[in-house]
Design a protein. Structure first.
Lengths: 202, 202
DNA sequence: TGTACATCAGTGAACGCGCGTTCACTGATGTAC
DNA sequence: TGTACATCAGTGAACGCGCGTTCACTGATGTAC
């Protein structure tokens, strides 16, 4: 994979340099998805994928750490958006919780590198986005409690356990190959029900 | 950190080269624990820590991948030993399960690099050791069922969920800083009880 | 006990590579006249 | 409408670094005589 593979992009007009930032982040996600590891997201690899040279990135990111941080923030934001989209229009809070949980796990398994970036990197600069993802999950657990469908007495705590368990499911399923894993949806439902203490509708 | 920090080790006697292998793995774990990431476990870093030069490692490992593989196998074996030691002499199967779970999580939080090596690396060569750790956990869940202390109808499946959840707890607790996590033991007990479907003693 | 020799664990120099980062620059574009 | 100029997104060469890996070698040790 050399720069020959990707045709050199057309230079942006003066004042439109900001476009490059978006294109760069898209390119960085492509590298992350294909390589499956954050270490592969180097300035050189991202630049080559975006059809520019590495030094051009310094116009938009302080350094490689800043790029990774920005990538992690985006990953959380997109995960939150995907969860919202999956649960849109769903009125039953338990269904909504299940759909959110499924989205988190399905995306994690599809793009392990992205999941690792979110859940194994210690990076205060992009933690706020992570906390928002978590807060939304807690809110949904809370709505289950309000609807009498969860026996949880501490939705924040149980939401944390749930996120941890789903997170671990992605990791373990990705890593422990050769294990006869049950169907994904079933796993997610079981774990969600047990951790969030879901009770049957009256 | 240069080779000056660690005094040059005494050369092993002919026929005792095998000792180096053990010393090397100990040194590799030290690097892994201190740096917290597998990428930091380079041949050069391990050699410097062990007080030898990098090429000397080729007498014992085919390449750096082989060293990482061996390290992962050892990590799983040591985790299994630690779980066994923690549960030794405990007759109540639920207590034993809790102690095993606590051991997994406590060690993971103490040495995140080690945990990441075990649970985020895809490496068939060292998966057997991982499966043994998992099998033992399943056996303990099974003994809970046999004692009428777990409502699990599929200990293998629930054991997988439990390992995943504990694994995720380590990751999430390590990564999501700033969250008011409950006491570790309490978290582990709650998650274990819910996932393994523990019921109160009659 | 003394000496010559074989063994082999570990050395040291060297290689090519990809990395992050710097710096002086270029040249297409929009604007002012 | 035509020309000179300023802007600034992106270039290309260069740097020092740590990496995995190779290779010919060295020299302390155990052994045979």
């Amino acid at each position: 994979m050399t720069s020959q593979d990707t045709p050199r992009r057309r230079r942006n007009k003066p004042g439109e340099g900001g476009r490059l930032r978006e294109e760069t982040l898209v390119a960085a996600f492509e590298v992350l998805h294909e390589e499956g590891a954050v270490e592969a997201v180097t300035l050189r690899a991202v630049a080559a994928r975006a059809g520019i040279t590495a030094p051009a990135l310094y116009g938009h990111f302080r350094d490689v750490t800043h790029l990774h941080s920005e990538l992690r923030t985006r990953a959380f934001e997109q995960l939150l958006d995907a969860c919202d989209a999956a649960a849109e229009g769903i009125t039953d809070p338990v269904d909504a919780l299940h759909l959110r949980a499924e989205t988190i796990v399905a995306r994690g398994i599809e793009f392990p590198g992205r999941h690792l970036l979110m859940f194994t990197r210690i990076d205060d600069a992009s933690n706020d986005a992570g906390h928002r993802t978590f807060d939304r999950l807690v809110a949904v657990v809370q709505s289950c409690v309000a609807a009498g469908r969860s026996a949880s007495t501490d939705p924040a705590e149980d939401g944390a356990y749930l996120l941890a368990a789903l997170n671990g499911l992605v990791m373990t399923r990705t890593t422990m190959t050769g294990f006869p894993w049950p169907a994904l949806r079933q796993s997610v439902h079981e774990i969600t029900r047990r951790i969030a203490r879901i009770v049957d509708a009256p």
